[in-house]
Design a protein. Structure first.
Length: 161
């Protein structure tokens, strides 16, 4: 029976080597070696909810939905522009911790409780992404986790191999 499985594996190996230009085993080993790296910020919600700010596996990074730190001074509850800038500044630091940058971002997803803030959010988004131009979506939603939050952003980054 084991000779049968070996023969099948060997034939599949030959097919995949042909399809991948002789790189099948290299790509398989690289895939197996990919590790998961979680970025935690120390927020009590990370343990309460069971999530982290970002996850990197291989060259792919996913950043959780992030809201602003509303301090009432620099970032106010009624200022979508300032909230967006605060979010993107914080996310930029998370990417840096993962040896990535905003240039690696391929998609942003922006959620807001007030779609009339589009212009303010778009202007802040362009501060970071004017030249990068990731794909994006702007979604009007009912509410976020607290009433002072107008904007939440999540994003995907892919590092060049």
């Amino acid at each position: 029976m084991s000779v049968f499985y070996f023969t099948i594996f060997y034939k599949l190996h030959q097919i995949f080597e042909t399809l991948t230009g002789g790189l099948f085993l290299y790509k398989l080993i690289k895939y197996i070696k990919m590790k998961r790296e979680n970025i935690l910020t120390g927020s009590p919600w990370e343990d309460k909810m069971g999530y982290c700010r970002a996850v990197r596996i291989g060259n792919i990074i996913e950043v959780s939905g992030t809201v602003a730190i509303v301090d009432g001074d620099k970032v106010k509850a009624d200022d979508a522009h300032a909230q967006t800038l605060n979010i993107l500044e914080r996310v930029e630091k998370v990417l840096k911790d993962l040896n990535a940058s905003m240039k690696d971002v391929i998609r942003t997803r922006i959620f807001t409780t007030d779609v009339s803030t589009f212009e303010a959010v778009a202007t802040a988004h362009a501060t970071f992404f004017k030249d990068i131009k990731p794909t994006t979506g702007f979604y009007g939603i009912n509410q976020l986790v607290a009433p002072e939050y107008l904007v939440e952003i999540e994003l995907t980054a892919v590092l060049a191999e």
